[in-house]
Design a protein. Sequence first.
Length: 80
Amino acid sequence: MPRGSNGAGQAILDARALASALLEHGDLVAALASYEKQRLEATTRIVLTNRTNPPDAILRRCSSAPTIQPFAAIEDVISK
């Protein structure tokens, strides 16, 4: 889900995929092509999701919620 510390999580997944591709392929160009093939679909989904429902949507929802601020649990303003 593209929220919160997603950038850090994606960086970890990217590093793992890139290291794996570099170990698997002796050729740098082949390794980068393999890495791109492995990560492109997932990162594309994240980018497109963020364009339609940006991360600040959670902040907007919380600030406009008809509950008394501050709330005790995030579930008070956003369903699971």
